[in-house]
Design a protein. Structure first.
Length: 263
């Protein structure tokens, strides 16, 4: 199983197929396995790279709270691209994975060929909204500390079936990666200058307005709303998801590389 070492933290990844690289990042408390239903379709014309965030799945679960952050997650993504020899890639993800994909663009615009943002929010402009989000993330962490992985049994399908070694890593990831510090990612949206596809499930009520906002703010962004799908749109409606994503990927200019500000 391929792994990279990031200052003593092992990060699991897997590669399927050949072609232009496509890096997909799972949502919080899910794993790379959430994409396995799309491997055949997406790896047909791409080098599909899946991975487990720290504290998740087959990656390591460091005990140090400082080992979990947005910056380290973005660094993990860049290190995986280095490991597979990818100069740039289509960067995509679901929920927290989509947010981290936007954060990746902010840090590495020239390594981002396009963005695939699924069932995601770009953060919050207002401090009180961000604080409410963070309070929910911290409450999730506390519940995981108290009740362990049983917490996930009542979660959405892709999370309820995810395999994790322990709950402590997920709790630390909630505190260090799910919480947000500022509006930097949201403020970035008008400066994104790579092809961007926003996908959201019609029943994913908390993320419908966020998807509309991103589609309006990201220049030239395309948006697809998939009927009869919730927060894990690729699992709820796998065919409709592939039907939305594959044409977008096929129509990408061959040499598109982000030239953003990299703030």
């Amino acid at each position: 199983m391929p792994r990279i070492d990031r200052d003593g933290v092992g990060i699991y990844y897997e590669v399927h197929g050949d072609g232009p690289p496509l890096l997909l990042t799972h949502g919080y408390s899910s794993t790379s396995a959430m994409w396995h239903g799309q491997v055949e379709a997406l790896a047909r014309d791409h080098q599909l790279i899946l991975w487990d965030m720290r504290g998740h799945g087959q990656s390591d679960y460091p005990d140090d709270p400082k080992a979990y952050s947005e910056a380290l997650t973005v660094g993990d993504m860049a290190a995986i691209l280095d490991a597979v020899g990818a100069i740039n890639a289509v960067i995509g993800g679901l929920s927290l994975g989509g947010y981290m994909s936007l954060a990746f663009y902010r840090a590495h615009p020239t390594r981002t060929r396009a963005l695939l943002i699924i069932d995601t929010g770009p953060g919050f402009k207002k401090d009180d909204a961000r604080e409410a989000w963070n309070a929910r993330a911290l409450a999730t962490a506390d519940k995981l500390d108290r009740e362990g992985l049983d917490v996930l049994k009542a979660a959405t399908r892709e999370r309820a079936t995810a395999s994790h070694r322990n709950a402590k890593g997920l709790a630390l990831a909630a505190r260090g990666m799910l919480t947000q510090r500022d509006a930097a990612v949201m403020e970035l949206l008008p400066d994104i200058n790579v092809p961007s596809l926003i996908v959201v499930g019609a029943d994913d009520t908390p993320f419908l307005a966020a998807s509309d906002y991103m589609a309006a703010k990201i220049p030239g962004a395309q948006k697809v709303v998939i009927p009869a799908a919730g927060h894990a749109v690729n699992i709820d409606q796998p065919k409709a998801f592939v039907d939305a994503v594959v044409p977008f990927l096929k129509n990408l200019p061959a040499s598109t590389v982000g030239q953003g500000s990299g703030r």
